[in-house]
Design a protein around this ligand. Structure first.
Ligand code: ZN
Length: 292
């Protein structure tokens, strides 16, 4: 049996098991102070009996370099109390188990690859569009880390002030993808939460424009075989056809593949694991790391 932690800015979810059919998932644990939250995480695992390894998918930014003295730390997060916290080492030392550590979105990509909407592809990108925006990238069946890890949400996008006077809400970049298209940007621009806007509201045309720009950029940069779009904002399912059309419009026939023409519904897809992609992906990470 393996353990899994999906660590989010508002709550943690833990699980034990080996996959979607047998996973026992915890009640959400609120993200308060690191001491309090990690105590509750450890209590959940200790109550479940022996584990072989634990996988963690977490908000960040994080240090993923195994050779670094701060491997497994949450690093520069603006979340109060959580900057420079030795997250993975704390779990490893408290439980005396191997711990495998990656970003929340890389782990969700792993979950979708193992059990979800990206099982038969080796090159794809998982994006979450919610309060934050982030993406996990799989290349040749392996998660991409590179310099640190991808920060797709902070991709810089053009903004037409005549169409969209809202300057964007990212404290680092203003008008990056996250600053223009996350849930808080919808609320700031239109004065109500996105879920309260009708499906035919012009907000969704603009949202699809920004997501289409990001997906077109990702398509030309990474040549993915699939783009899986999850997160709270994508529960607005009317976005999917709008985004697909926008990607086709922006690429303008330059990238020639059937998946970008009549196969576009197989190219831009919703996740299959829904809200459990993260915690199941962490379970996959625990097992994969154990084998590797
Ligand atoms: Zn940004």
């Amino acid at each position: 049996m393996f353990g899994a932690i999906e660590a989010g800015g508002t709550e943690f979810v833990c699980a034990v098991g080996t996959g979607p059919t047998d996973a026992l998932v915890s009640e959400p644990i609120p993200t308060t102070t690191p001491a309090e939250t990690l105590q509750r995480v450890l209590a959940f695992f200790r109550a479940q009996g022996p584990l072989q390894a634990v996988g963690i998918g977490t908000f960040g930014p994080v240090d993923l370099n195994p050779a670094s003295p701060t491997w497994g730390y949450i690093t520069t997060t603006p979340k109060p109390g959580w900057a420079n916290i030795p997250f993975a080492p704390t779990i490893r030392d408290a439980l005396g188990l191997p711990v495998h550590f990656d970003t929340d979105v890389n782990v969700a990509a792993l979950g979708e690859h193992r059990w979800g909407a990206a099982q038969e592809v080796q090159n794809f990108i998982y994006l979450t569009i919610g309060t934050g925006i982030g993406g996990g990238v799989m290349v040749g069946g392996r998660l991409l880390h590179g310099l640190i890890h991808p920060e797709i949400g902070h991709m810089l996008l053009p903004r037409d002030p005549a169409w969209d006077p809202y300057e964007g809400g990212c404290p680092y970049h203003r008008s990056c993808l996250e600053g223009l298209a996350n849930g808080p940007a919808l609320q700031a621009r239109w004065g109500v939460p996105g879920k309260d806007l009708p499906p035919d509201h012009e907000a969704w045309t603009l949202e699809a424009h920004y997501l289409g720009l990001a997906l077109a950029n990702l398509t030309v940069c990474f040549s993915p075989e699939r783009l899986v779009l999850g997160g709270g904002v994508m529960r607005q399912t009317q976005l999917f056809p709008l985004v697909r059309k926008k990607v086709q419009y922006l690429l303008n026939g330059y990238v020639q593949h059937a998946l970008l023409q009549e196969g576009i519904t197989q190219f831009v897809v919703p996740p299959a694991l829904g809200d459990h992609a993260g915690v199941l992906g962490a379970l996959a990470l625990a097992q994969q790391g154990h084998v590797a």
